[in-house]
Design a protein around this ligand. Structure first.
Ligand SMILES: Nc1ncnc2c1ncn2[C@@H]1O[C@H](COP(=O)(O)OP(=O)(O)OP(=O)(O)O)[C@@H](O)[C@H]1O
Length: 581
């Protein structure tokens, strides 16, 4: 497959070129916002960045794309002072810089918004923004005025006194953006900013980005969503296997061309194949209810390195919350409100919903990680409502978690131990109840091969894999146990287009052999394309059904924000939901 296309130019040279030479032409009077030249970064067994050259023009939105493990995050961490390059130079606004820490980068006007938001829920927007930046504008009236001023200037619509826990995902993201602007950022790095947004929210974010660049700010963002990249970027740099392979012009390039340049394959489509839904129920949930103060916190799998690997590789213990009657007496908010659903053998049931509407609690209830106040869960005809996480896993539940760092991996453990995680008693990890590291290692090597996990070996830690490669390892592990029922939460989040197709294929192949799947995804194309049945979750309730064959992402997106449209088969009276509300 050709690596270069007519629309692609070689990487920009480090020095500004005279005008009239395509995308690299930069107004000589205005130095580029960022110039990276000859950046090389090595990790044991891996060259993450190799002689990278990128020129980011001031006042533009610059997209960084590339397959999983290509080196995008490493490069941005270098620009933000989180990591030091082994070789190469960085120039900001035409001046060479060397950052020892993010503090140095912030002082030079560089801000980064991470994929995982870092706001304190129980504080207000104002408190979150000033936290750690008290010296800038104090903590009172001056800070408030500054926040309002920034919010108005860039159309962010942020309310200083709102409590962060009351804000949706898109609002939180705007607070994060405001926070870096408050600290004086003129160059913003956004790491996969649209991964958690519905289509309408993506459009609003892009309006904000346009606003920022019209004020002369520069945005660099990492994304795997090529359609969005073409919509908002002024320049696109493609990274492949650690090095820049070209820049693309969003005015003329297509997603197909970008995908080819990135991974050498065509853009996959998640369209559902022929239906394989049977009438045999695999998972049945009736009347599942969970109130806020009764919700048990979901403990992490464990992050400390334990002495006994078998102990570490087992799954969480449930922490009991207060008695349900106590919780109700205090009038807790319902996180799950009388949820009933059935997933049949061979069926993928997709749940659409803005994050924070009960999806996490539903997953935790199905896995046995919280204690619902009421409701019955049966798996393949057996009541599992009161069984442990381990028993549910052994009973055939596969689990691709929402948060792979909290619930999917032991970050400091090697890959082969992560392959055992959650399946410690099962073949091939154990033989007659005794751990079999040799077999587990061999099987890890198979998963690495089959799922194309890019790694120098199976003894490196999970933390050293790129985000997408961590995801491939988890999917490979879960599918290897041939579950009866799979909880797939954002199964392709952070995964490049090539690996995405592979994960979709793995799920669909297993479905055609009878796997029942609960699919939760913020990627509405994926949700619509893969699901046989769609339900919409809003404020802890399943409020509507939709037909994946006819619904559009936009229609689904508005239903998710609570405004069910006529295009949905509005479903206050779904047969399984009990009384109409
Ligand atoms: N701290 C580290 N130690 C060892 N190897 C690392 C470390 N950080 C990154 N790597 C390796 O460097 C390479 C580039 O990783 P990076 O996270 O930059 O990729 P990426 O393009 O951001 O991928 P993704 O799209 O999956 O997030 C990968 O092979 C990764 O395993």
């Amino acid at each position: 497959m050709s690596q270069r296309h007519d629309n692609f130019a070689p990487p920009c040279p480090s020095a500004p070129t005279p005008s009239g030479q395509g995308e690299c032409a930069i107004n000589a009077s205005s130095p580029p916002a960022v110039e990276l030249h000859g950046i090389t970064k090595r990790f044991p067994g891996v060259v993450a960045n190799k002689d990278i050259a990128i020129t980011v023009r001031k006042g533009t939105v610059h997209a960084l794309i590339g397959e999983n493990g290509a080196g995008k995050s490493t490069l941005m961490k270098i620009l933000y002072g989180m990591q030091k390059p082994d070789e190469g130079t960085i120039a900001v606004d035409g001046e060479q810089v060397a950052f020892a820490s993010p503090g140095d980068a912030i002082a030079r006007g560089i801000g980064m918004v991470h994929q995982h938001f870092m706001l304190a829920d129980n504080l207000t927007v104002l408190e979150n923004v000033v936290l750690g930046g008290e010296k800038l504008h104090g903590i009172g009236g001056k800070a408030r005025r500054k926040i309002q001023e920034i919010s108005d200037a860039y159309g962010l619509g942020v309310r200083p006194d709102a409590l962060v826990e009351d804000l949706g995902v898109a609002d939180r993201q705007r607070v994060e953006i405001l926070k870096v602007l408050y600290r004086g950022a003129r160059i913003l790095i956004l790491d996969e900013p649209t991964a958690v947004l519905v289509p309408q929210e993506v459009d609003a974010l892009f309006d904000n980005l346009r606003e920022l660049k019209s004020e002369g700010l520069t945005v660099i963002f990492i994304s795997h969503k090529l359609g969005e990249v073409l919509k908002v970027a002024d320049d696109i740099t493609v990274i492949r296997r650690g090095t820049t392979v070209g820049t693309a012009d969003p005015k003329t390039a297509t997603t197909k061309q970008l995908a080819e340049l990135m991974v050498g394959t065509e853009l996959p489509s998640p369209e559902t194949r022929e239906s394989t839904v049977t009438d045999i129920p695999m998972l049945q949930v009736t009347g599942l209810t969970l109130t806020e103060s009764g919700a048990a916190p979901a403990a992490p799998l464990t992050t400390a390195a334990p002495e006994d690997p078998a102990e570490a590789l087992d799954v969480v213990e449930v922490v009991e919350g207060p008695h349900p009657a106590v919780a109700l007496a205090f009038g807790g908010r319902k996180l799950l409100d009388d949820i009933s659903l059935t997933i049949h053998k061979g069926e993928i049931l997709g749940i659409a919903g803005v994050e924070g509407n009960g999806q996490t609690e539903l997953i935790e209830a199905l896995m046995g990680m919280n204690s619902p106040d009421a409701g019955v869960i049966t798996l393949d005809g057996t009541d599992i409502s009161a069984t442990s996480v381990r028993k549910r896993r052994e009973g055939g539940i596969g689990y691709i978690p929402e948060d792979r760092h909290r619930h999917g991996l032991l970050l400091e453990a090697p890959l082969w131990e992560n392959r055992i995680l959650g399946h410690v008693t099962e073949v091939p990890n154990s033989k007659r109840g005794i751990l079999d590291p040799k077999a587990a290692r061999l099987d890890t090597e198979r998963i690495v091969r089959e799922y194309d996990v890019r790694t120098p070996g199976i003894d490196v830690t999970a933390a050293s894999l790129s985000g997408g490669n961590q995801q491939k390892l988890i999917v490979g592990r879960e599918m290897s146990h041939h579950p009866k029922f799979l909880i797939a939460a954002h199964p392709t989040r952070g995964v490049d287009v090539g690996a995405q197709a592979q994960i979709w294929d793995a799920i669909r192949d297993a479905r055609s052999e009878g796997l029942a799947v609960l699919l939760i995804s913020a990627d509405l194309d994926e949700l619509i394309g893969l699901s046989d049945t769609l339900r919409v979750m809003y404020r802890g309730r399943l409020v509507a059904d939709a037909d994946p064959a006819t619904i559009t992402p936009e229609e689904l997106g508005s239903a998710m924000t609570g405004a069910a449209t006529g295009h949905l088969e509005g479903n206050d009276q779904h047969p399984e939901d009990g009384d109409a509300r």
